[in-house]
Structures are given as C-alpha cells and as structure tokens.
Ligand binder design. Structure first.
Ligand SMILES: [Zn+2]
Length: 475
C-alpha cells in the first residue's frame, strides 16, 4: 500500500471504530436532536429575546414547559411556590434521572448579535450567562431520551427541571427544600462556557444578605443636628468591609452593592440599604466570615447612632463533585469529538476577542482529558451546589463563546443569539442525552455515582441556608 492509501485506511479504521463505539440508542438520540435543531434554536432565540430576569421568566418558562408538554411529558408548573419553576416527567419506575435547565437573564446586559458592544434594548437585561441555551439544550436532551423510552428502548423515568432565578435568589434552593430532587437516582447538568469539558471542579459556597440602616431625616443644611444619617452608617459599614478584606483568606470573596444610599443631597437620609455577598470554597470558611461581616453592621449603626436590620436573602452550598458521573460524561464528549466551526464563525469569534482585549485565537472546542479535582477551585457559585448535596450530579461545560470571553458580559449575549451559541447548545443536548442513556442502560454507573456521593457527603444532612418563602416580586 502507498503511504496515502495507508493513511486513508488508518483514518477509515478510526472513523469506523468511532462509529462502532456509539451505540444504536446513542446514535438515535443524536439523530433525534439533530432533527430538532430548528425547533430548539427557535425556543432558545425566543428566550434570548425575552431577556427575563430572576423569578420573572414567565415567557421563557412557558416556552420550555409547553415544548415538554407537546412532547408527551407531564408538566407540573409553579412548583416550590415559584410561578416559573416546573418539572416535566416522562416514564415510570427506576432509575429516575434528572436534567437541570436554567433560563434567566442578567440585568443591564442587553446586546445585539454583533461582535462589538451594541445593546439591543438600552439598559435592559441580556443572556450574559447563556441560560437561553442552557434550558433549551437540557430539555432537548430529555426529549431525546423520552423518544427512546416511547419506543421501548429505555426503561425508567426522565425528569426535566425548569429551575428559575439562578443569577439572583437561586431558585433551586427552594426546590431542594421542597424535596423535589429527593426521588432522583442521579442528575445531569451543563453550563455554557468558553471551552468544552467535563466539569469536575466545585463552586464557591455563598451567602447573600442585606443590611438596612434606619436614621432620622432632617434638612441637610437648615437643621442637620436634628438628623441621624442612615447613609453615614452605610459608608462606615462599607469602609469596615474594605478594611477587613486585607485580613481574609485568599479563598474568600466579599462583594457589596449599595441599593439605596439616600435619594437627594439636601436631606439627611433616614434610610439606606446595602446588599452583601460572602463566598468561600467551603461553607465553614464562608460562615466564619459571614458572622464577622454581620457583626460589623452593629458597629456601623452605633457609630452613626442609627438602627439596623439584617435580612438573610439566600445562601448556597459549594458543589459536591462527582467524578464517577464525570467519567460518564467524559466518554461521551470524546465520542462526539469537538464542534466544528465555519470561517465566518471563527472570524466572528476573533472580532469578539479583539473587542475584549484577548488574543485572537478563535474558538476552542477540543476535548481535554478530565481534570484533577482541585481543593481550592476558585471561580463562581451556582445553586446546582444545593442539588449536588441531595443527589449525585454530573456536569459539563460546552463552548458557546470564544476562548477567553469575559463571562457575564455583552460578548456572551452576542454569541448566545447566533450560530456559535446554537452549535454549543445542540452539542450539549447530545452529550447530556448520551450520558443519560448510559445511566439508564447501565445500573453500575448509577451505583458508582451514588457510592461516591455518599463518601464525599459523609454524614452531613443537607439543610438549606434560607428562611421563608421564595422572594417572588422582590428586588
Ligand atoms: Zn450561569
């Protein structure tokens, strides 16, 4: 054989081996999802255009819930006291496999589908975390699994969870508190990203609270001695936090947002409010800092001679990693291979990289080996953390934006409304459905996930860090 023929033969052998590794049921799911590309893209684009923020995602939740219903799922809407939370179920008996889907946007990030900053609706929200793709891909995967069940090729129950308000308030906590994940054997989750990989790093635990200061209003110039300034207290409090920042561990993050610092310059403000967030890679460390930052509020109130009130808004767990589930996902990512992009998409990606000051290297969708799980992962937080302490959760990230893209930015919104995002979404749907198929077909894989879950969790009993009902309609 000539060298060229040898090479062709080698390639054909590899391709054949690849094709053989994809089972008939997985191949059917892939074909199913490809056949639904236009439907799924339409849903995703509608959610993208609806730009709905936490607990206000009525159009987005309806789009997903209606699609699930039209495809034969039984849909329970308004679960856990949240109008936009829902569960779509198909099948019966075990195993019971869940797939999580988010769909909320971020305030102020509205953006057109162009590779430079250009708001679609000035000051309005935008999908800066790609949740339009997230919810749609997850549901697409659930529907492909359901189609196999309907044909008698898989046995058990598939549940899609429509989980609102991930960007603020964290809807999954109330869903977990209501016990909605309790009957799952295992759960799958993905997130849009700048690369494609099995997610085996935890996230940071966090606690959200507001501090309100109550003083006495007076004329700022006429009789300021009659006033007690709530905004003085707020400034002193923020100063205390900033000084404390020098003495916290590198794993800790403290953020604050001044929500109300008084209204006008000629009134001594009698009211102020600050939103504070403390994070650490373990709940214990976070709690220590949280108690200290709470105590500072009293100090600030004493200094300014005002009253104060602390309101716990929400708090989430760090993610309990599941490497056994990760291994299932990794295999399927490798079977799928990387996403391919057109010259126009690469050019678009490079323009985004140019606009955001990144090296113009285009998109990265190659599959890396599964990472080691780090003790101190850094990064963000997710309410998937709470779910991961109730049931084993396996996760992945799929590229829906160029390498190095600043997250929670206009660039993510832009990509999420065009073909780069759409391709990532379809890829994620395939990887999720293939991983779900593995869990339905091989009880040993579910058992391995459960065993690891028990080992990592130890004797911890999950207790949600929230008080009261979900803050629907609150700012
Ligand atoms: Zn997100």
């Amino acid at each position: 054989m000539t060298k060229r023929l040898l090479l062709l033969f080698a390639c054909a052998t590899v391709l054949n081996a690849q094709a053989q590794k994809i089972s008939a049921s997985k191949a059917a799911a892939i074909k199913d999802i490809e056949g639904r590309t236009s439907e799924l893209t339409t849903i995703s684009d509608k959610i993208w255009a609806a730009e709905e923020i936490a607990f206000q995602e009525t159009i987005s939740a309806d789009l997903l819930a209606n699609y699930a219903e039209a495809n034969g799922f039984t849909v329970e809407r308004g679960v856990a006291g949240i109008p936009t939370a829902f569960i779509a179920t198909y099948g019966s008996g075990s195993p019971v496999i869940g797939i999580l889907g988010e769909f909320d946007a971020l305030p102020g990030l509205s953006q057109n589908t162009v590779p430079y900053k250009s708001p679609l609706h000035d000051g309005k929200p935008g999908h800066g975390c790609g949740h339009n793709l997230f919810g749609t891909a997850s549901l697409g995967a659930a529907v492909a699994v359901k189609d196999l069940m309907a044909q008698g090729k898989l046995k058990g129950t598939i549940k899609f969870f429509g989980t609102p308000a991930e960007e603020k308030f964290f809807g999954k906590i109330w869903m977990a508190k209501a016990g909605l994940f309790d009957d799952l054997d295992a759960c799958l989750d993905w997130h849009p990203g700048a690369e494609t990989q099995t997610a085996v790093q935890s996230g940071l635990a966090l606690v959200d609270f507001t501090v309100e200061f109550f003083g006495q209003a007076a004329h700022a110039s006429g009789d300021p001695w009659n006033g007690r300034s709530a905004s003085d207290a707020l400034e002193l409090y923020a100063h205390g936090i900033n000084a404390y920042r020098e003495h916290i561990k590198p794993t800790v993050r403290i953020h604050y947002h001044i929500q109300d610092g008084g209204q006008v310059v000629n009134v001594v403000p009698d009211y102020s409010r600050i939103w504070v967030r403390v994070r650490d890679d373990k709940r214990e460390g976070m709690n220590e800092v949280y108690q200290r930052v709470r105590a500072m509020a009293e100090g600030a109130a004493i200094l300014a001679n005002v009253d104060y009130k602390i309101n716990l808004v929400s708090g989430i767990y760090e993610v309990l990693v599941n490497r056994s589930g990760g291994a299932v996902i990794q295999k399927n990512l490798e079977l799928l291979g990387p996403i391919t992009y057109t010259a126009e998409e690469t050019d678009y990606a490079k323009k985004i990289q140019e606009a955001t000051g990144k090296p113009q290297i285009g998109l990265n969708s190659k599959i890396e080996p599964m990472e080691e799980t780090l003790e101190h992962p850094g990064g963000g937080s997710t309410d998937v953390g709470d779910v991961s302490w109730v049931v084993p959760v396996a996760r992945l990230t799929v590229a829906t934006a160029p390498d190095g893209t600043p997250w929670h930015s206009w660039a993510v919104v832009a990509c999420g409304g065009m073909s780069i995002g759409h391709k990532g979404m379809i890829h994620a749907a395939k990887a999720l459905s293939m991983s779900a198929i593995d869990l339905f077909e091989d009880p040993k894989k579910v058992e391995a996930m459960k065993k690891e879950f028990k080992e990592r969790k130890g004797d911890h009993v999950y207790t949600p860090m929230i008080e009261g009902p979900p803050p629907i309609g609150k700012e």
